[in-house]
Design a protein around this ligand. Structure first.
Ligand code: NAD
Length: 427
C-alpha cells in the first residue's frame, strides 16, 4: 500500500496561525505511523464545513450581517464535539485547525466523540446583550441541520459562556419541539449542566502534573510550581496543586505576575481576583513579568494563559523539570526540540487540558440519562480517565521512543485511523 512522503503541510497553511504548530506535529506522527496516503488525506480533510450568514436587526434598528462557521473535522468515532468562539478576527482556517485538534483530544481522552469547532465573526464587547442573544439564536437556527445530540455538540470557547449555551439549547429545543439539553455542554446547572465542569480542566492539569512527577520520580514534598494565567484553568490548577502539596511560588495574569519563594496563598489570590478582576495590586510577592515567570527555577511550570508562550527564542531559558500545558498551544513547535534536548518532560495540551472535554462528555451522558451525578462521582471518574489517558500516552511515547507530545499525536491518530479502516469507506 502507498505511504506518503509528508512534505506538504496539513490543513493549516496560514503562517500567522499559531495552530500551524499543531499541524506540524500531526505530520510527524503520521510519518511515524506510516499512514497510507488515503488515510492521511482523509484525516487532514474536514468531513463538513458550513458557513452561514447571520442577519440581525441591531438595537439601533439597522440590519447587520455576521458570518458564522462550523467545521466538523472528523466523526468516525462518534458525534463531533467542540466549542463555539465569538471573535472579530476568526477565520475558517483557524476553525478547521481547532476542529482537528478536538478530534485528537477526544481520541486521547477515550471519549466517544469526534472533533468540531465553530464560531461567529463578531466583537462581543461591542454588542448589547440583546444583540448577542439574537446572533446566538439565528446562528443556531441556521445550524439546525448540523447540531444535534447524536450529531454535533457545541460547547463554550473564547468569548462564549454558559448563558450562550443556554440560548443555543433553547433555540434548538424550540425547533425540535422538545427540550433537548444534550445538544450543548457547558450549560448552567439548572438546565442540565454538570457539577464539576468548571473545575474540570484544572483538575485534569493537577492529575497530569502528579502523574508526570511520579514517572520522573520527583519528590512532591516541597516541590515548587509556577502558573502562567489566572483565569479558569490557571486559578483552579494553582488551587488544586497547592491543596495537593506543591508550593506555588509564582502566578501571573495578562498584567504581569508575582513571585514569593515562601509560597503564595492561592485562596488569597483567588479572593483578590474576584473583587478586582486582576492580580495586579495584590502584593502577593515581588513583581515579575510573564516572560520571567516562564524562566523560573521551579519543578513544575503550568502555562495556562494562551498560545505561543514558550518559543524557539526562550525555550533554552526554561528551567522547570515538567511543563504541563493547561492552555492550548502554549509551546510553539520550534521549542519542542529544545525542551526535549534539555530533558524537560512536556505534558502536551491535548492530554493535559482534556479534563474539560471529558466532563463535557459526562454532562452529555447525564443529560441523556436524565440522571445527574454527585460531584464526587464526576471527580472520581474524571481522575480515573485522566490517569488512563496519561498512561496510554506515556506508554506510546516509550514504545516509539518519542516525546510525550508526539506520543499523544501518534496515539490519537492511530485510533481514528483504525476506526476508519474498520468502518470502511461507504460508496
Ligand atoms: P480565561 O480567559 O479564564 O483566563 C485566561 C488567563 O490568562 C487570564 O488570567 C488572563 O489575564 C491571562 N492572560 C491572557 N493573556 C496573557 C498573557 N499574554 N500573558 C499572561 N497571561 C495572560 O481562559 P481559560 O478558560 O482559563 O483558558 C486558558 C487557556 O486554556 C486557553 O488556551 C484555553 O483555550 C485553554 N483551555 C481552556 C479550557 C477550559 O475548560 N476553560 C479547556 C481546555 C483548554
Amino acid at each position: 500500500m502507498d505511504t506518503v512522503v509528508y512534505k506538504e503541510p496539513a490543513p493549516i497553511v496560514d503562517r500567522e496561525n499559531p495552530f500551524e504548530s499543531m499541524m506540524e506535529r500531526f505530520d510527524d506522527a503520521a510519518e511515524m505511523l506510516e499512514l497510507e496516503r488515503g488515510v492521511y488525506e482523509y484525516l487532514k480533510t474536514p468531513v463538513k464545513q458550513v458557513t452561514v450568514s447571520i442577519p440581525i436587526q441591531m438595537d439601533n434598528g439597522e440590519i447587520e450581517v455576521f458570518e458564522g462557521y462550523r467545521v466538523i473535522h472528523n466523526d468516525a468515532i462518534g458525534p463531533s464535539k467542540g466549542g463555539i468562539r465569538y471573535a472579530p478576527d476568526i477565520t475558517l482556517n483557524e476553525i478547521k485547525a481547532l476542529a482537528a485538534w478536538m478530534t485528537w483530544k477526544c481520541s486521547i481522552a477515550n471519549i466517544p466523540f469526534g472533533g468540531a469547532k465553530g464560531g461567529v465573526k463578531c466583537d462581543p464587547s461591542k454588542l448589547t446583550p440583546v444583540e448577542l442573544e439574537k446572533i446566538t439564536r439565528r446562528f443556531t437556527a441556521n445550524m439546525l441541520d448540523v447540531f444535534g445530540p447524536d450529531k454535533d455538540i457545541p460547547a463554550p470557547d473564547m468569548n462564549t459562556n454558559e448563558q450562550i449555551m443556554a440560548w443555543i439549547m433553547d433555540t434548538y429545543s424550540m425547533h425540535v419541539r422538545r427540550t433537548e439539553n444534550a445538544v450543548v455542554t457547558g450549560k448552567p446547572l439548572i438546565v442540565g449542566g454538570s457539577l464539576g465542569r468548571k473545575e474540570a480542566t484544572g483538575r485534569g492539569v493537577m492529575v497530569s502534573t502528579f502523574a508526570a512527577m511520579a514517572k520522573l520520580r520527583l519528590n512532591t514534598k516541597n516541590a515548587t510550581c509556577a502558573v502562567q494565567g489566572f483565569g479558569n484553568v490557571g486559578s483552579v490548577s494553582a488551587k488544586l496543586l497547592s491543596e495537593h502539596g506543591l508550593k506555588v511560588v509564582a502566578l501571573s495574569d495578562v498584567n504581569g505576575g508575582f513571585i514569593n519563594k515562601k509560597g503564595i496563598d492561592v485562596n488569597q489570590a483567588i479572593e483578590w481576583m474576584q473583587h478586582s478582576g486582576t492580580l495586579a495590586g495584590s502584593g502577593l510577592g515581588d513583581k515579575i513579568t510573564n516572560e520571567e515567570l516562564l524562566e523560573l527555577e521551579v519543578d513544575v511550570l503550568v502555562p495556562a494563559a494562551k498560545e505561543d508562550q514558550i518559543t524557539g527564542r526562550n525555550a533554552h531559558a526554561v528551567k522547570a523539570k515538567v511543563i504541563v500545558e493547561g492552555a492550548n498551544g502554549p509551546t510553539a513547535a520550534k521549542a519542542d526540540p529544545i525542551l526535549d534536548s534539555k530533558g524537560i518532560m512536556v505534558v502536551p495540551d491535548i492530554l493535559a487540558n482534556s479534563g474539560g472535554v471529558t466532563v463535557s462528555y459526562f454532562e452529555w451522558v447525564q443529560d441523556r440519562q436524565g440522571y445527574f451525578w454527585t460531584l464526587d462521582r464526576v471527580n472520581r471518574r474524571l481522575e480515573r480517565m485522566m490517569h488512563d489517558a496519561f498512561n496510554n500516552v506515556f506508554n506510546t511515547a516509550e514504545k516509539y521512543k518519542v516525546s510525550m507530545r508526539l506520543g499523544a499525536y501518534i496515539l490519537a491518530i492511530d485510533k481514528v485511523a483504525k476506526t476508519l479502516k474498520v468502518r470502511g469507506i461507504y460508496a
